[in-house]
Design a protein around this ligand. Structure first.
Ligand SMILES: *Cc1c(COP(=O)(O)O)cnc(C)c1O
Length: 414
C-alpha cells in the first residue's frame, strides 16, 4: 500500500503561491485534503447511519486515503476497476459495495471471490440470477452471505442532475423482485438515488415514502435502507440548505418505516465528500471579447460546465501571482484547448473586466465529477497536482451554519 502518495506532493498555502512558484503553462490540480477530511468527519459523526463514499465522483487515491483516515470505512464502487482500485489503495479492511445495478458476471465473480465484496445492488430478476450464479462456491453451493439492495426508481425532480431514467425498478414491479431477492439474500436492502445535487431534503422524504410503499406491498423484512447520493455542495446560483437539515429529515422518515428494529440506514455521498477536495489553476491563452480561451475544458475537468452548463466559482490570479483586484467585474464564457467547437463553457463566469492572456484563473469546487473527468483528447489533460492549505472557495463544513430560512433552496427548472 502506497500510503505516502499524498505526502509526496508539494504543499503551498494557496493558488497565488503556486502561480508565483511554478508559473504553470499547463493546468495544475490543487488538492485540499484538510477540506475532504473535514467533510468525512462530518458524515462519520453526524449522518445517523453508515456513509459509503461513492468512488466515481473522484477516485483519486490521495482522496481515498484522506477519507479513510478521517473515518470513512465503506465505499460504493460501480465497476470492477473501481473495486480493484479501492482494495489496492485501502487494503483488506475497507468494506466495498458494488452498487451498479447492471454488472458483467465476470465482474461480480471477481468482486465476490477475489476482493471480498458481499454487497451488490440490482433492479431486475435477471441481475439477481446473475449474482446468484457468479457468487456460487467451487462446490456449486449458493452464497449465504450476500447483502442485496434492490434499486427503486424514484423521482429526480428536486435535483440538478437527474438519475431517474436509467436505473431502478418501478414501484409497481418492486414487490416480486423484493420477494425473490429476500429468498437468496442474507441481508435485504432497498436503495435509490434522488439525482445529484438535490436542492431540498424533501427529495429524500419523498423517496423514502416510495420505499415504504414497496415494503408494504412486498410484505418482506428489510434490513438496509440506503438513501444513495445526491447530497449537495455549493456552487454559484446553487446554495442548498445545511446538510444537518437533510440528515434530520432522513432520520425522521427512516424511523417511521416498517423495517426490522435492527435495520441499518446507509447513504452514498459522492459529490458531498469530494467537491471541496479540488480546485484547478488554468491559464488564459487568448481573449476574444468576453470569451476566454483557457487550457482546460469540456474534455477535461470542465465536462459538467460544458455539457450541463454547471457553474463553478472562479478567481483571477494575474501573471505575477497577485489576486487583489479593485476594478469592475464582467461575465465571461470559456473555450477549452481542443479544436472542437463543443469545447465551450457558457458560464457565465464572473471575473475582472481587464483579464488578459497570460493571466491565470483558479476554478473552485472541482473535486466532484471535475478532476475525475479529464481525458487526453487532442493531447491535453496533463499537468501537475499539488496540495494547498487554504479554505476551498465554498464549504458545507466550515461551521458557519446558514439559517435555513434564508437559504436559496429554489430548484432551477430546466
Ligand atoms: C453517482 C452515484 C452516487 C453518488 O452521487 P452524488 O450525487 O455524487 O452524491 C451514489 N450512489 C450511486 C449508486 C451512484 O450512481
Amino acid at each position: 500500500m502506497a500510503y505516502w502518495g499524498s505526502l509526496a506532493l508539494s504543499i503551498y498555502p494557496d493558488a497565488p503561491s503556486v502561480v508565483r512558484a511554478l508559473a504553470p503553462t499547463e493546468p495544475v490540480i490543487l488538492n485540499r485534503p484538510q477540506a475532504a477530511a473535514r467533510a468525512a468527519r462530518f458524515y462519520a459523526e453526524k449522518f445517523p447511519g453508515k456513509s459509503l463514499y461513492a468512488v466515481k465522483a473522484n477516485p483519486s487515491p490521495d482522496l481515498l486515503w484522506t477519507l479513510w483516515d478521517a473515518g470513512i470505512t465503506h465505499y460504493d464502487t460501480a465497476s470492477i476497476v473501481e473495486v480493484r482500485l479501492v482494495r489496492e489503495a485501502l487494503g483488506p479492511e475497507a468494506v466495498l459495495c458494488f452498487m451498479h445495478p447492471v454488472k458483467p458476471a465476470a465482474a461480480i465473480s471477481e468482486a465476490y471471490h477475489v476482493h471480498g465484496v458481499r454487497t451488490f445492488s440490482l433492479d431486475t430478476v435477471e441481475e439477481l440470477e446473475k449474482i446468484v450464479e457468479a457468487t456460487r462456491g467451487a462446490d456449486g453451493k449458493a452464497a449465504e452471505d450476500l447483502s442485496l439492495c434492490v434499486r427503486l426508481r424514484v423521482s429526480s425532480e428536486y435535483s440538478e442532475l437527474s438519475l431517474a431514467s436509467k436505473f431502478g425498478v418501478d414501484l409497481a414491479d418492486a414487490a416480486p423482485l423484493l420477494q425473490a431477492t429476500r429468498q437468496v439474500a442474507d441481508c435485504l436492502g432497498i436503495c435509490f438515488h434522488v439525482g445529484s445535487q438535490a436542492m431540498t431534503p424533501f427529495a429524500y422524504v419523498q423517496a423514502l415514502e416510495r420505499a415504504r410503499a414497496a415494503i408494504v406491498d412486498a410484505a418482506v423484512t428489510v434490513d438496509i435502507i440506503d438513501v444513495g447520493g445526491g447530497f449537495p455542495s455549493i456552487y454559484p446560483g446553487m446554495v442548498p440548505p445545511p446538510l444537518e437539515d437533510y440528515f434530520a429529515s432522513i432520520h425522521r422518515a427512516f424511523e417511521s418505516l416498517p423495517v426490522s428494529y435492527s435495520s441499518e440506514l446507509w447513504c452514498e455521498p459522492g459529490r458531498a465528500l469530494s467537491a471541496e477536495f479540488n480546485s484547478m489553476i488554468v491559464q488564459v491563452e487568448k481573449r476574444r471579447g468576453n470569451e476566454l480561451f483557457i487550457n482546460e475544458g469540456a474534455y477535461g475537468a470542465l465536462y459538467d460546465a460544458a455539457h450541463v452548463d454547471w457553474r463553478f466559482p472562479v478567481k483571477r490570479i494575474d501573471s505575477h501571482g497577485q489576486e487583489a483586484h479593485e476594478g469592475a467585474m464582467e461575465e465571461f464564457a470559456f473555450y477549452g484547448p481542443t479544436c472542437d467547437d463543443a469545447d465551450y463553457m457558457e458560464g457565465p463566469f464572473v471575473l475582472p473586466a481587464d483579464i488578459k492572456p497570460g493571466d491565470y484563473i483558479e476554478i473552485g469546487m472541482l473535486g466532484a465529477y471535475g478532476a475525475a473527468m479529464r481525458t487526453r483528447f487532442n493531447g491535453f489533460g496533463a499537468g501537475e497536482t499539488v496540495n494547498v492549505t487554504d479554505e476551498p472557495m465554498e464549504s458545507q463544513y466550515s461551521g458557519k451554519r446558514r439559517d435555513p430560512r434564508v437559504s436559496d433552496n429554489v430548484v432551477s427548472l430546466r
